[in-house]
Design a protein around this ligand. Sequence first.
Ligand code: BES
Ligand code: MN
Length: 467
Amino acid sequence: MTIGGGVPVGALRDRVEAGFRAAVADLVKLVEIPGIAWPAFDPAHLDHSAEAVAGLLRDAGVSNVRIVRGAGQNGKPGGPAVLARKPAAAGQPTVLLYAHHDVQPPGDPEQWSAPAFTAVERDGRLWGRGVADDKAGIIMHLAAYRALTDMLGAGFGLGVTFFIEGEEESGSPTLDGLLNVHEEQLRADVVIVADSANWQVGVPALTTSLRGLVDGLIEVEAFDHGLHSGTFGGPVLDAVTLLARLIATFHDGDGAVTIRGLPAVKNPAAPEADIDEKEFRAQASLPNALQLAGTGSIAWRLWNGPALSIIGLDVPGTAVASNTLLPSARAKFSLRLAPGTDPDKAMEAVRRHVLANAPFGAEVRFVPGSASAPFSASPHDQASRTALWAMEQAWGVAPVRMGVGGSIPVVEHLAGRFPEATILITGAEDPDSRAHGPDESVHLGDLQNGILAEALLLAALGNKRRG
Ligand code: BES
Ligand code: MN
């Protein structure tokens, strides 16, 4: 079988297989670099990580490889992104390949079975921080590109732009400015975002919707200074209790979000898949007694509904706790938004709710943080059909169109700038990958199939004339 009369599928499969161990070796090297885009971590690692990615692209023969940065707050540059471009031959479309090279902090080293930044192979998987999220995405793009250039050499007319971001995990704070500067370099007909997951090990998926994310701080300032809890306690409630009472208004008795203006809306991308409750509980290792929150199917709650969580608290730790009524306390909230919800309106809805529910007349302050928009794909365009075809070829299994409860800020930025482009969201994670947690891993068989699917997709897109 050949693709559009050009590339034989079997030959491409062989190329991908022949190059796979080298791709895994490259992934192992990347995992050794702890590039974390948080102010508390050494930015030299992030630079080193960008340079390593740039080196791999240069070695693969991609021209114009550059490291670029957006302008951050107070003059500090943003995380280093790698931008590279192989121009399209006349009449050929351009594909933008996105992944990110920054990773989540490793967390408690005690929780890892092996050091986080030493990739080890075991049970058909590779383990280490960033091995799935999202260094596997970089490797998918790189190895697919290498397979195609090996096979087609100069005859490979498709335009290919690589954009490997360096601050996705910290919410892409300088991305918009970076896109302003490089918009023309990034313009493409099709975008492949390799930062998501497959449905299960052995079952590929195309991600058709993502949730957005807004966050911010809630501060309760109850009184002026710490008070003796015996002298004043009873008539006076402490600030942590007041903050807890405020936080408790965010959900009803079923655990559904109560904030007005955050409806669960039928997602127009309408992924038809659902998630089995038992499997879902097993993926999260939930104790049997722990009840789930909200109503409706699991997929409905994850893909079409909001999620409001408290992800940090500024209160004294128990080791230094004394019998004092605390005067103030602060929480950081994180709100996931279903497709169709406007992030600015959602932020405003939380602000209004928080100020309207100030407990016992305490002074409550709301400090808005970052906001990124949800995404839902236009359902049935040609490039998505080609991507689904490529996945089916690679795995020999019908792919699933699915939503994802997580967020990828670049997607809505690109959708807004390039409304004509089709955005395809793929990735090498699976429900056992434990992205962001200890013992993160990627399934090597699925990674290889993902590379093949992408190579097939690129070959097919290259065979099509623009328009
Ligand atoms: N790769 C994830 C997004 C994702 C999550 C895809 C789950 C598939 C399944 C991405 O790197 C991520 O974690 N994004 C952040 C974005 C945030 C900081 C704006 C997220 O969702 O928390
Ligand atoms: Mn990611």
